[in-house]
Design a protein around this ligand. Structure first.
Ligand SMILES: Nc1ncnc2c1ncn2[C@@H]1O[C@H](COP(=O)(O)OP(=O)(O)O)[C@@H](O)[C@H]1O
Ligand SMILES: [Mg+2]
Length: 255
């Protein structure tokens, strides 16, 4: 199948990396073949999978700039059941090189084309900005998944993201669609969370995932052990929520 999903939001700290890592792990637990591409120079997704971002021989920098065959950038993590292309600070240089390259916004799409059939899903963890790396992710992707925190300014940020999505649909990737908006760090005791959440559903309808990811300390702890939450504490509310999200995504595929 080889469906490519860009996990994106130009805002930092909304749960992109947490979602990328844990949705990848949950899809893998559902026996899907999954590749996680860390496209953030901070390299948090790779580290959250127990990969030392400084020690990898090849990273998503090499994937994008084709310094080696794409297959050599893929790190299999058998104990987690999925594969990763690590990200690190080299990616900052990739952005500069890309600016001068041919088909600069299509590089990732081009390099993924021959390998995507090896996977059922490829998830891309995007950096917290709308830069050339994010643009490459959105051009390579079939769909975008937007994690957001139900806060006062979140809806405003979302409308900026929607207009970016539209302009990409109208130019470089007409097939790109919104996979869904994911409510993260959800606190069902907060009035504000509920209000923002209701507005979100009113406006985006069934494009809002039914699964909400609760604020859960296990989700925040797991990366320091280099593990997805499923491998750290599979009975935690965070783990259960990401399993539910994977189920929701897979069911949508069947309709
Ligand atoms: N559902 C959650 N519950 C508790 N902490 C969370 C949750 N989601 C994310 N976090 C924490 O919030 C911080 C930001 O999350 P992260 O996934 O890195 O966001 P982003 O990639 O969008 O910058 C991290 O420290 C992470 O561990
Ligand atoms: Mg991140």
């Amino acid at each position: 199948m080889g469906k490519i999903i860009a996990v994106t939001n130009q805002k930092g700290g909304v749960g992109k990396t947490t979602t990328s890592v844990n949705l990848t792990a949950s899809l893998a637990a559902a026996k899907r073949r999954v590749l996680l591409i860390d496209l953030d120079p901070q390299g948090n997704a790779a580290m959250g999978c127990g990969i030392d971002k400084q020690k990898v021989s090849h990273s998503s920098y090499d994937l994008l700039l084709e310094t080696v065959p794409a297959s050599e950038t893929i790190i299999n993590v058998p104990e987690l059941g999925f594969a990763v292309v690590a990200g690190n600070s080299d990616l900052t240089a990739a952005e500069v090189h890309l600016m001068q390259a041919d088909r600069r916004e299509r590089r990732l799409a081009d390099v993924l084309l021959p390998i995507k059939s090896q996977f059922d899903y490829i998830l891309i963890d995007c950096p917290p900005s709308l830069n050339m790396l994010t643009l490459n992710a959105m051009v390579a992707a079939n769909s975008v998944l937007i994690p957001m925190q139900c806060e006062y300014y979140a809806l405003e940020g979302l409308s900026a993201l929607m207009s970016t999505l539209k302009s990409i649909q109208n130019s470089v990737n007409p097939e790109l669609y919104l996979e869904g908006i994911l409510r993260t760090m959800y606190d069902d005791r907060s009035r504000l969370t509920k209000d923002v959440s209701e507005q979100l559903v009113e406006y985006f309808g069934n494009k809002v995932f039914r699964t909400c990811i609760p604020r859960n300390i296990r989700l925040a702890e797991a990366p320091s052990h280099g593990l997805p939450v499923l491998n750290y504490d599979k009975t935690s509310r965070g783990a259960v929520a990401y399993i539910a999200l994977a189920g929701e995504l897979i069911r949508k595929e069947k309709n």
